[in-house]
Ligand binder design. Structure first.
Ligand SMILES: [Zn+2]
Length: 231
């Protein structure tokens, strides 16, 4: 049971590793099976070099409790579960400590949309959450991480902006499945790097004009999209 789901989550985790997005055990990828009410996630503390398909753990979306697998799930499991509950449209979640995106998270700054690379994938800036309070840390750090993300998305569409920076921590991205959430994590890192370079050249640089932002986002997304081969 869950063989296909495990295989996809294993592959997505290894893609993160191949793209140089993770060091040691940092980072994790999951994918939901909404019908079964579960998601598959990387086990805790296993190096990517040593990861095997059968190590992937199956847990319930409802409460993050393990339902299948030998190993303990990633310590970030309650965050993934909280995100699946908060955003019913998403099917995969990726967390990394990729350098540039994490630098923005540590600086507590959202990433402004300076160019079309950003606009192609993310509508508006990439939001940064507030710090998690001491009470929240004590109550349940990983679940409260999902809650501050949810709070940062009040008034935002998580499908249009599939990324967030958790203040002082790092990025979480999501997508229609595990593979798509990894893709968004890789793109986010590049966009974060480009934005840093932009500000190093012109510290007072303003955002890309909204007309160009809209053009780039809407030609790839929404009812009138025409980018690619599928139209
Ligand atoms: Zn982390």
């Amino acid at each position: 049971m869950y063989e296909e789901l495990r295989k996809r989550v294993y592959e997505a985790n290894m893609e993160l590793y191949r793209r140089n997005m993770v060091l040691y055990t940092w980072g994790n990828v999951s994918e939901a099976d909404r019908e079964q009410g579960v998601f598959a996630i990387k086990p805790s503390g296993v190096k990517y070099e040593d990861l095997r398909t059968e190590d992937i753990v199956i847990v319930r979306i409802e409460d993050g409790v393990k339902v299948d697998g030998e190993m303990n799930p990633s310590s970030d499991t309650p965050t993934h579960a909280g995100l699946y509950r908060a955003f019913p449209e998403i099917g995969g979640v990726t967390h990394t400590h990729s350098t540039c995106a994490t630098a923005w998270a540590q600086a507590g700054k959202s990433i402004p949309c300076f160019g079309t690379t950003h606009a192609d994938y993310y509508r508006s800036d990439i939001p940064v959450t507030r710090y998690i309070s001491k009470e929240e840390v004590d109550r349940g750090y990983e679940l409260e991480t999902a809650n501050v993300i949810k709070e940062a998305f009040i008034g935002r569409n998580p499908v249009h902006t599939p990324a967030v920076l958790v203040r002082g921590h790092g990025p979480f991205t999501w997508g229609k499945d595990a593979d798509n959430s990894v893709y968004n994590a890789v793109v986010l890192e590049e966009v974060a790097k480009m934005a840093m370079y932009t500000l190093s050249i012109t510290p007072e640089q303003s955002e890309l004009p909204v007309s160009i932002q809209d053009k780039h986002f809407l030609r790839k997304h929404g009812p009138n999209a025409y980018y690619g081969q599928g139209h």
